[in-house]
Design a protein around this ligand. Structure first.
Ligand code: SAM
Length: 237
């Protein structure tokens, strides 16, 4: 069966929504603005969230199952260079490093990177942690085989999504892939910029990326799950 967005909207009822997901103090989700998300005041929300322990509400106690499934299917290939954008507390990045990939985790929050770094040290595994903005990645062009994004693209406001896409395109090698998952916009609790076929096709044009289907997935956290979408994009040669 081929899923279409409309079929998915009707049929989805995935788990309970997160009770708490990142909200800035004014009740508005912090979005990444290329101008403002210089590494100063605009990311205060994320610093506070990681310093206060709030981040635990969107973390899962385990690497994300969809990433595990891909690795089990030998995607990405052995020796791939992997980039986790918005790597947060580092659970997925550390998992990928443990599977033998050369991994870089990038996050705008220093507090997040410190948590991730401690976890990697405890696991005796090397990950290169970098503070940076996904809209201006501190990564050399065409050096990455595989990008994982769990919960970042849905924070990027429309005005910055083309910039996100061009950065992903720039750093990927030809034939490299990006796995993106985030909120679908279907849940009443959903405060994000939805990920759906329309948004993906608008910002990841078919001349640059070949995409797989945009499919429903529960984004798991210790609080429950959030109605989300997953898509894999491959940079065209
Ligand atoms: C919802 S959290 C997801 C974290 C992690 N991927 C996970 O699954 O637990 C979003 C992450 O993106 C980071 N972030 C927000 N805006 C960013 C930006 N413009 N560039 C890089 N990271 C950003 C935040 O600091 C936070 O760690």
């Amino acid at each position: 069966m081929t899923y279409t967005e409309s079929k998915m909207e009707k049929s989805l009822n995935i788990g309970t929504p997160f009770k708490q997901y990142p909200r800035a103090k004014n009740g508005k989700i912090q979005t990444a603005s290329f101008e403002g998300a210089s590494l100063t005041s605009e990311n205060d929300y994320w610093e506070t969230a990681y310093e206060s322990g709030e981040y635990k509400h969107w973390e899962f106690s385990y690497p994300s199952p969809e990433l595990i499934a891909l690795v089990a299917a030998n995607v990405p290939e052995r020796n791939a260079r992997v980039l986790d954008v918005g790597s947060g507390g580092g659970i997925d990045a550390i998992f990928m490093a443990q599977q033998g990939f050369k991994v870089t985790g990038i996050d705008i929050s220093v507090a997040a990177l410190k948590i991730a770094e401690k976890r990697a040290e405890k696991a005796h595994i090397r990950v290169d942690w970098l503070r940076g903005n996904v809209l201006d990645l501190p990564i050399t062009s065409e050096t990455i085989d595989f990008i994982t994004d769990r919960g970042l693209f849905h924070l990027i406001e429309n005005g910055n999504r083309a910039r996100y896409s061009s950065e992903i395109f720039r750093v990927l090698k030809n034939g490299g892939s990006a796995l993106i998952r985030g909120a679908s916009g279907a849940s009443p609790h959903d405060q994000f910029n939805p990920i759906n076929e329309k948004a993906i096709d608008k910002f990841f044009t078919s001349s640059k990326f070949k995409r797989g289907p945009v499919l429903p997935i529960p984004l798991l956290s210790v609080e429950g799950s959030m109605d989300s979408r997953i898509v894999m994009l491959q940079k065209r040669d």
